[in-house]
Design a protein around this ligand. Structure first.
Ligand code: FES
Ligand SMILES: [Fe+2]
Length: 370
């Protein structure tokens, strides 16, 4: 482990009680070596949401994804089983599936035409007779652990994944699985942000602290005094009763409560009655990230559904634009010589400190302890 990384990791105390805690140092938000450690030990060794169940609903349907810089393909086999593979041909490392999603009976590498079946076995190797010590059965696509839960498909690149049910236990324990079950995917939207991925996660996990200031329209529908955060294993769930006011936002943000759930490291879901968006934050180097929003609705068929969906997505987009602006500003501030660490609001920011603790522990464990 490089000394600079060892020093950076040592600068954060994950054992302090919240009232005494400080954030991870500002350098964690722009140091390239730390970003690389995160790629290997956090993103390369956690369950990550990589796609949707509707993309692999039938045999032969597949999607491609990239996790921690690794190209993957996830496919539903003829036997109905979901499988994941590195999307890397065993011959010269080209991709065997190039589309974002599709249907195939086999994967044919576009470079020299090797073919693999949907279980990953190498089936066709044109003009490859006479090669010594080469056996097709030893040259299948390397597998990756994948699992499906409700509308989402997850993948894990590490050698010893946490049991998947245990990983998503927090969502089930808070009844979110059941609330998600009747929802259908409708649309995807992507945002590029000039900030470290952790700035976006921090912003999400401040327990509503920025809602009144940054999101005035959203603030009107949340009962802020009753807004609370429940920490559960490697997840946290923010719950706010909704306050009905009859304005434009409340007409598309219904139900008893709003649920904002985060699962370490980079997955969030925002759930109201019949309405959900999931947010996946993907690092793009230390100073940038992409956030992928998938929008789900209970009703996408009725007469008013189209108009309701358009209004609901517009509300989410407005909130995201507000978050985007403040996140990019924070990233600039984190480069200032005047700032290193900050403190947490005990009332509001337990979720943010919990994220920093999980991150630091995962990095230290991945790098051989400290
Ligand atoms: S790289 Fe795939 S066949 Fe050559
Ligand atoms: Fe926000």
């Amino acid at each position: 482990m490089p000394n600079s990384i060892r020093e950076l990791l040592a600068q954060f105390d994950d054992t302090a009680p919240l009232a005494q805690a400080r954030t991870v140092p500002a350098a964690w938000y722009h140091d390239a070596d730390l970003a690389d450690c995160e790629r290997r030990h956090v993103f390369g060794d956690s369950w990550l949401a990589v796609g949707r169940s509707d993309q692999v609903a039938e045999p032969g349907r597949y999607f491609t994804a990239e996790v921690a810089g690794e190209p993957l393909v996830v496919v539903r086999g003829e036997d109905g089983r979901l499988r994941g593979f590195y999307n890397v041909c065993r011959h010269r490392a080209a991709r065997v599936a190039c589309e974002a999603e599709g249907k195939a009976s086999r994967f044919r590498c576009r470079y020299h035409g090797w073919t693999y079946d949907l279980t990953g076995r190498l089936r066709g190797t044109p003009e490859f007779d006479g090669v010594d010590d080469f056996r097709r059965e030893d040259n299948g696509l390397p597998p990756v652990a994948v699992a499906q839960d409700g509308p989402l498909v997850w993948a894990h690149l590490g050698p010893t994944p946490t049991p998947f049910d245990e990983w998503l236990g927090p969502l089930a324990r808070h009844g979110l699985d059941a609330r998600m079950a009747p929802l259908h995917f409708v649309a995807r939207k992507e945002y590029r942000l000039a900030c470290n991925w952790k700035v976006f996660v921090d912003n999400y996990l401040d327990g509503g602290y920025h809602v009144n200031t940054i999101h005035p329209a959203l603030a009107g529908v949340l009962d802020y005094t009753k807004y609370r955060t429940e920490i559960d294993a490697h997840a946290s769930i923010q719950i706010s009763p909704l306050d009905r006011t009859g304005d434009a936002v409340s007409s598309v943000r219904k139900g008893e409560n709003a649920y904002y759930a985060w699962v370490f490291p980079n997955f969030m879901l925002n759930l109201y009655e019949g309405v959900m968006d999931t947010n996946l934050v993907l690092p793009d180097g230390p100073g940038a990230c992409r956030v992928v929003f998938d929008f789900y609705f209970a009703d996408r068929e009725s007469d008013g559904a189209k108009e309701f969906i358009a209004r609901s997505v517009a509300v989410a987009d407005q909130i995201q634009q507000e978050d985007l602006g403040i996140c990019e500003e924070v990233q600039r501030g984190l480069r200032s010589r005047s700032y290193d660490t900050g403190r947490f609001s005990v009332r509001r920011e337990a979720g943010g400190y919990h994220f920093h603790q999980l991150l630091a522990r995962k990095l230290r464990a991945g790098m051989g302890g400290s």
